[in-house]
Design a protein around this ligand. Structure first.
Ligand SMILES: Cc1cc2nc3c(=O)[nH]c(=O)nc-3n(C[C@H](O)[C@H](O)[C@H](O)COP(=O)(O)O)c2cc1C
Length: 327
């Protein structure tokens, strides 16, 4: 099944849209480690049409991130159409993705995100309105339903396809499940069997091997990774290795992990230009990059207090020195 934008591989790997994580620096990093397609964090259609600067900032990307999708959310078809037109004109992403999966209360209270899944006629209206306004491909990201009683991933995907969506990503959990339980990969296979547009599978990919297993088990056209990429852009390389029939490259050593974490932090600083703010916001990434290392707790305690790039460097140096002396 053909994706509506250029992709390098038969089974492309996607970095998932993630608020506060899939920002330009991390997207660039993941592209360099083998993500084929990236998607922005979800942007409020209301915020875009009202010209809210922080929301517009979220639509910024650099050419090396392409192919990239900008993701929009909202329950008002007119506002979604206006936002899609604005984004197409000002930012020109390769595609526009509509979020029908977000479970966050603030969003679903106004029927945005997964709130739309309670009303599939509204889902279709939104897709049609966005399609008409955006002079580029429109794709959707869905959950399996609002709750168990309305769990119907195949019906949702078919309705999206009928309204003109050119690809569908399924995170096979209901809104009620949030992130609990296991993603029902069999539902990805069912959607794949039912629709004639590309289906991207998402949910619970923690290793490159998982990506391969999802593809094998579901026949999905692409694999999307969210939490498994936290502090681990190498997961894309490892997934590509497995999809190409090779043994996955081993995880890098500590020094390499630190070097990439620093590269990521510097990219973020380059864009934000405010060292203290970048350092403080970056603490969560440092927690992820150092997960599982020996004496990680003490290391992370120090990293959770850093306020500058040089402090990150110092903490890393202090950690590495005794190891290098032994090695
Ligand atoms: C911190 C965080 C932020 C997220 N933000 C978004 C978002 O903006 N748009 C979206 O469609 N999904 C969002 N998601 C959901 C993910 O894209 C993905 O569907 C979900 O995490 C399941 O994939 P995983 O098991 O690989 O994490 C977010 C998830 C996390 C953990």
């Amino acid at each position: 099944m053909q994706f509506p934008y250029p992709v390098r591989h038969r089974v492309p790997l996607f970095l998932a849209p993630m608020a506060g994580v899939s920002e330009p620096p991390f997207r660039r990093l993941c592209r360099s480690f083998g993500a084929d397609v990236v998607v922005s964090e979800f942007l409020s259609s209301e915020g875009l049409r009202r010209g809210v600067k922080s929301v517009h900032d979220g639509a910024y990307f650099t050419p090396q991130e392409r192919p990239i999708g900008i993701q929009l959310y909202g329950a008002d078809p007119a506002a979604m159409a206006e936002a899609a037109e604005l984004v197409s004109y000002h930012y020109a992403p390769d595609f526009i993705d509509i979020n029908f999966g977000c479970p966050v209360k603030k969003v679903v209270r106004r029927n945005g995100g997964s709130g739309c899944l309670k009303d599939l006629a509204l889902v279709q209206q939104i897709i049609r309105a966005v399609k008409q306004a955006a002079d580029r491909p429109v794709t959707v990201k869905i959950r399996s339903g609002w709750d168990e009683s309305t769990r119907q991933p195949v019906e949702i995907a078919l309705r999206c396809r009928d309204a003109g969506a050119l690809a569908v990503t399924l995170h096979p959990r209901t809104r009620a499940q949030l992130y609990t339980g296991r993603a029902a990969w069999d539902e990805i296979a069912a959607v794949k069997a039912a629709v004639d547009i590309p289906v991207v599978g998402n949910g619970d990919i923690k290793t490159g091997e998982d990506a391969y297993r999802m593809w094998q088990q579901t026949g999905c056209d692409g694999v999307m990774i969210a939490r498994g990429s936290f502090g681990n852009p190498w997961i894309f390389q490892q997934a590509r290795d497995r999809l190409d029939g090779r043994a996955p490259r081993p995880m890098p050593g500590v020094a390499e992990r630190f070097a990439v974490a620093l590269q990521h932090a510097r990219l973020q600083l380059e864009i934000q230009g405010d060292e203290r703010r970048t350092a403080v916001e970056f603490r969560k990434h440092l927690g992820w990059y150092t997960r599982g290392l020996p004496q990680a707790a003490a290391l992370r305690r120090r990293l959770h207090q850093i306020e500058s790039m040089s402090e990150i460097e110092r903490v890393f140096r202090d950690y590495l020195e005794p190891l290098q002396a032994v090695g």
